[in-house]
Every structure is written in structure tokens, then in C-alpha cells.
Write a protein that binds this ligand. Structure first.
Ligand code: TXA
Ligand code: MG
Length: 313
């Protein structure tokens, strides 16, 4: 566990360390140290208006950082933490404004990964961590993804194996005197949230000044142009320089070798797990365009379609 000790030392000194989580890898720092937080924004090239999620070790820590923790939020936390759920709650003053981009709310999450939990349990501060990719690019689900893009910019990447969920957390916001809102689809389906707390307003459309900038239109994007197959592929054209990302069946007109099937058995959870690494793999092959096939909307399918839709350009 040499690396965990090293991570603890670096984080305590105000450095930035990439950490594994079950959703995607995060670029972590001491959330209460604004010098460390500013390094994260700089390394990611992230605009200062896009707030960071604060990672904590357990539900018992929520009240250190939030002034309001209503019953439905508590219920969600009790059911899904550690796990791919972020709660946005009215914040306490101890959370620096830089972390929340000046918003009066803080995003809190307990990640479900043994290494990250070990870090959080041994540190006297919470960890602010956005996904460990340059702003606007596909999120990383392995230590190598992080190394490829940010390896020279950070002193340590904790390797905890591939992220098992593969999609970022689902974000639910609780404001005083207004009903909860679902701000980002993610590793927990909207239906699982509804099953526990009832109907919830979904507010994931993009806005020019979003509550949750993960909702910005172009995000999670490959460098190679990325299109919906059904809307834009001309079956008569030469598919040899095209790549494709498909759910379980190959697309017509594109060589099979150029296609990545996300789940041969048609399992959306497996497809979610493979999504970002497959987008990265296709992006490295110098295709003139990558096509996305149709994905189901059920379960995590909705979040997969959301990410694909934002990657289209
Ligand atoms: O699964 C995840 O959530 C991963 C892992 C590392 O925990 N993190 C992640 O962070 O996806 P990031 O920064 O790539 O996306 C976080 C999203 C952003 O769209 C941000 O705007 C939103 O959460 N967010 C964070 N704090 C917020 C706040 N106080 N109010 C509204 N949205 C917030
Ligand atoms: Mg991100």
C-alpha cells in the first residue's frame, strides 16, 4: 500500500493526485485548500464556473459540509452510498467558494472504491475531484487513460483497475422550499431514484448558464468527429475510414474491424462500463468519423444516450 501512503502525503501537501472510483477516475485534491483546488482547475483547463464534486468517506460527514440534509436526500444516501450518486445540498462556509464556483450549494459523494475510501478515511479533509480528463474530453476509466493525457502534469496516479460502473455519478439537487431535481443522468438510473423518493423533476437540458455544467452541449467529446449512424451514414459511401461504437449488433457498410461492440449479450451495464474506453480506443485510430449506433433507453441506457448525444459534433 506504498502508493496510498504516497497519495496521503501528496494530498496533505496540497498536491493533486488522480484517484480511482467506481464511476471514472478523479483528479483529487484537498477540498478545503484553495491553492490545491486552483491547481485542479488549471491542470484540467476547466473553466472556473464549473464546480467540483466533494468526496467524503461516509454519510455521517454530510452535516460537516451542508446546512440542509432533508429526509429524501438522506434516504438516497443511505441506499446508494458508497456509490455513483452525488447530492447537491446548501453548503456550509467551510467549503471554499472556488470549489462550488460561487454557488451556495455543494456536490457531495461517497465513492465506492476501496483505495479512495481508504484515502478518505485516513485524511482529515474531503477530496474535491472532477473527472481526470482535460475539460471537454471523454472521462477516464483506467489509470492509463489518465496517464495518456495528464501523466506529466501530476505527481501520482493511483491505479485501482478499470472503473466498474464506467459512467459518472447521477446528480440530484435538493434546495430548501423546492422539489428535488435530477441534474445529471449517471450510474444510478432515474427509475431507481424515483423508486425511493417518488417522482422527480428532470432538469438535464443544457443551458447557457447551467446549474450543472456537465450538461453543457459539447462535452465528453472525441477529437474525431462523432455522429449518430442512423441520422448521417450514407449506406452507399465508403465505410473503410469510418469507425463505429455499437450496442450489440454491427452496423452495415462499415468494416467489422472498425467497430466496437459494447455488449455482445445486450447488457446495458456492461455497455456503460465499456463506453468511455471504447470511445478513446476509436479516437486513436484516425478515422474520418466515428458513428454511434442505437442504444436502448432503459436502465443505464438513458445515461449512455445522454453522453453520446453530448459527444456528437
Ligand atoms: O462520478 C463522478 O461524479 C466523478 C467522480 C470522479 O466522482 N466526478 C465527476 O466530476 O464527474 P465532474 O467535475 O467531471 O462533473 C461533476 C459535475 C459537473 O457537471 C458540475 O457542474 C456538477 O457536477 N456539480 C458539481 N458541484 C455542483 C454544484 N454545487 N451545483 C451544481 N452542479 C455541480
Ligand atoms: Mg467531467
Amino acid at each position: 500500500m506504498q502508493n496510498v501512503e504516497e497519495a496521503i502525503r501528496l494530498l496533505t501537501e496540497g498536491e493533486v493526485v488522480a484517484i480511482p472510483t467506481e464511476t471514472v477516475y478523479g483528479l483529487a485534491c484537498n477540498a478545503l485548500n484553495i491553492n490545491a483546488v486552483s491547481k485542479v482547475f488549471e491542470i484540467k483547463n476547466r473553466p472556473s464556473f464549473d464546480p467540483l464534486i466533494v468526496h467524503i468517506s461516509s454519510l455521517n460527514e454530510v452535516e460537516k459540509y451542508a446546512v440542509y440534509f432533508p429526509d429524501p436526500a438522506r434516504k438516497l444516501a443511505a441506499r446508494f452510498w458508497p456509490g455513483p450518486l452525488t447530492l447537491i445540498l446548501p453548503k456550509k462556509g467551510i467549503i471554499p467558494d472556488m470549489v462550488t464556483s460561487g454557488l451556495e450549494y455543494v456536490g457531495l459523494r461517497v465513492p465506492n472504491h476501496s483505495l479512495s475510501l481508504e484515502l478518505l478515511k485516513n485524511l482529515p479533509f474531503p477530496l474535491a475531484a472532477p473527472s481526470a480528463n482535460p475539460f471537454g474530453y471523454v472521462s477516464p476509466t483506467t489509470a492509463n487513460h489518465v496517464k495518456d493525457q495528464l501523466g506529466t502534469k501530476i505527481p501520482l496516479i493511483l491505479d485501482g483497475g478499470p472503473s466498474v460502473v464506467g459512467l459518472e455519478s447521477t446528480i440530484v439537487m435538493f434546495r430548501e422550499n423546492s422539489p428535488p431535481e435530477l441534474l445529471r443522468l449517471g450510474g444510478i438510473s432515474a427509475d431507481s431514484i424515483r423508486d425511493l423518493i417518488g417522482e422527480i423533476k428532470v432538469n438535464i437540458a443544457s443551458h447557457s448558464k447551467p446549474h450543472s455544467p456537465g450538461k453543457l452541449d459539447k462535452h465528453y467529446a472525441t477529437t474525431t468527429p462523432f455522429r449518430w449512424y442512423s441520422k448521417s451514414f450514407d449506406i452507399n459511401s465508403d465505410g473503410s475510414r469510418c469507425g463505429a461504437l455499437v450496442f450489440k449488433d454491427h452496423l452495415k457498410g462499415i468494416p467489422k474491424d472498425n467497430q466496437i461492440v459494447l455488449s455482445e449479450s445486450g447488457d446495458v451495464n456492461e455497455a456503460a462500463r465499456n463506453l468511455f474506453s471504447s470511445m478513446r480506443a476509436l479516437d486513436k485510430r484516425n478515422f474520418s468519423v466515428i458513428y454511434a449506433g442505437d442504444f436502448p433507453q432503459s436502465g443505464l441506457g438513458a445515461a449512455i444516450n445522454d453522453r453520446l448525444g453530448r459527444a456528437i459534433h
